[in-house]
Design a protein around this ligand. Structure first.
Ligand code: FDA
Length: 489
């Protein structure tokens, strides 16, 4: 085992980790990022499209794990997409330098101002909408598609049909901004550049077009010369050291997941940015195994952001189908949030199967009135969830209402040909909470009761934010690290 002493360590290179790295480096501090996934850019490996999964498709598995397209065998490799299965819910996550930004749909959605205020009553809403959200949008390079491009691009028929059908059923739709460069996509459409969104790439990584974190925050951070990213480095546990330092047990692996080195790292300041599930597993495991002291709020107020995947088959009567080719980048949302009885926001999702399957897919985001919790299971030696049908009751009622209303005026059936008869209550892309801002941490992400230990990722958000969450995670990280730098350094 190698022993190392490092001032500032960040675990994880997703949204939280990338923001912390850039701002610390800009203010003159050396920073080390430990990331269990691969540095894809450095490796020279290519990402693979959904219909022909290659090395990037799955994290150390021999079968692919996307919610659809489950039929493929794959070789064991440190791929970009991981999934953790619990009894009533499956949680998908990104792995690699850039975290979730590698695999996600790039939707950069501003939460409703009122709802943000409800979720975070102690934060200054005006300051967030005037300063931190615009800053996050600028750094993430958020942009919107040109309306005439969307109107004429055959790859967006699914969205056009999705919006028309929603309007016919009396729902309101909104245009959703994204970090995918839409000017690049226009060039793809005209065959001027290699295709990515128009070639079925997204959930196993995009080779072009998407401004994932390795192209924005992390690139800028590395340009300072002060940020050192160690990929294929997994933190196994945390122990409290002398004088409020932390001792990390780290394994370095190869791309087959085999351990090639063990390291012990002692750090003065530790930033836990391993994503909601990664952060909670590290904290709860270290508490059980190494007596790391935690406050009682850790593990509480966890939620799935009301994720509910649903769909409709035989979308034909009115529209003539959803199109042969789908861009993988969503641009439309159905905004029913202000309906008191059935509040939801829904992404009009692509289903790029390479043929017209006349199926509409929706990722609904609902409020989460009843939160779950996360705990350490000493038998499996892993974290476990308290999460049941009760927690998704509102989401299910909303999905029933939505599908019924859509089918009544547009024709079609519930998507019995998809997952779970078309009702994916157990599909979660947005795990949030468990180390909530102002509860488990103070108002700046410092873990209560522990010096020099910071939590900056999705676990700060109490289980719900009403829209896709990465813009909010980025803005929260900007706010936290600004205060931490001015007060703790
Ligand atoms: P994030 O998960 O991004 O990063 C954590 C990093 O820590 C990972 O790289 C992980 O490998 C690493 N790590 C974990 N444990 C570790 C350990 N022990 N040691 C070392 N490293 C460790 N959101 C959105 O706003 N718009 C969208 O369109 C989508 N679409 C979408 C699609 C799919 C398929 C998924 C899975 C998710 C989305 N999301 C999304 C969700 C979004 O990607 C997610 O909320 C953020 O990536 C979470 O950011 P964090 O900073 O919390 O962690």
């Amino acid at each position: 085992t190698e022993n190392l002493e490092i001032e500032n360590v960040i675990i994880g290179s997703g949204y939280g980790g990338a923001v912390v790295a850039l701002r610390l480096a800009e203010s003159g501090h050396e920073v080390t990022i430990l990331e269990m996934g691969l540095n894809w850019e450095k490796s020279g490996e290519k990402f693979s499209p959904m219909i022909s999964p290659g090395k990037s498709a799955a994290w150390l598995r021999t079968k692919t794990i996307a919610p659809f397209f489950n039929i493929f065998n794959t070789k064991k490799y440190t791929g970009t997409l991981d999934r953790w299965d619990f009894s009533n819910i499956k949680i998908w996550m990104g792995r690699g330098v850039g975290g979730g930004s590698l695999v996600n749909g790039g939707m950069a959605v501003l939460p409703k101002k009122d709802y943000f205020g409800e979720v975070f009553p102690e934060l200054n809403t005006e300051e967030f909408y005037g300063k931190y959200f615009p800053l996050a949008e600028k750094e993430l390079e958020v942009n919107s598609a040109d309306e005439s491009f969307l109107e004429n691009c055959s790859f967006y028929k699914f969205n056009k049909v999705g919006e028309q059908e929603a309007h016919k059923a009396g729902f309101k739709t909104v245009r959703v901004p994204n970090v995918y460069d839409f000017k690049y996509m226009e060039d793809e459409y005209e065959n001027k550049v290699p295709r990515s969104a128009l070639a079925g790439e997204v959930i196993y990584g995009n080779n072009y077009g998407k401004k994932s974190l390795d192209k924005t925050y992390l690139k800028k951070a590395q340009e300072t010369g002060k940020v050192h990213i160690h990929d294929l480095h997994k933190v196994e546990s945390i122990t409290k050291g002398l004088e409020n330092t932390y001792i990390l047990e780290v394994i370095q692996t190869n791309t087959l997941g085999e351990t090639i080195a063990k390291k012990k790292i002692i750090c003065k300041k530790l930033f836990l940015c391993a994503g909601t599930m990664g952060t909670l597993e590290l904290l709860l495991k270290s508490s059980n195994d190494n007596k790391l002291t935690l406050n009682s709020e850790v593990g509480q107020n966890w939620g799935n952001n009301g994720n509910f995947m649903t769909g409709r088959n035989f979308v034909k009567t009115f529209s003539g189908g959803t199109g042969v080719n789908h861009s993988t980048i969503p641009v439309g949302g159905i905004d029913n949030w202000d309906d008191k009885e059935h509040p939801f926001f829904s992404e009009i999702a692509p289903l790029p199967m390479g043929m017209d399957v006349a199926t509409s897919l929706y990722l609904m985001i609902n409020p989460v009135p009843k939160k779950g919790s996360v705990f350490f299971n000493p038998i499996s030696k892993k974290i476990d969830l308290q999460w049941s049908a009760e927690n998704v009751a509102l989401a299910r009622t909303n999905a029933e209402y939505f599908i019924k209303k859509m089918n009544k005026v547009n024709g079609g059936t519930r998507a019995h040909l998809l997952f779970n008869n078309g009702f994916g209550a157990d599909i979660c892309y947005h795990p949030l909470g468990g180390a909530v801002l102002g509860k488990a941490t103070d108002m700046m992400g410092r873990l209560k009761g522990s010096e020099n230990l910071y939590i900056i990722d999705g676990s700060l958000i109490p289980g719900t934010i009403g829209v896709n969450p990465f813009l909010t995670i980025t803005a929260l990280a900007e706010y936290c690290i600004e205060h931490i730098i001015s007060e703790d350094y």
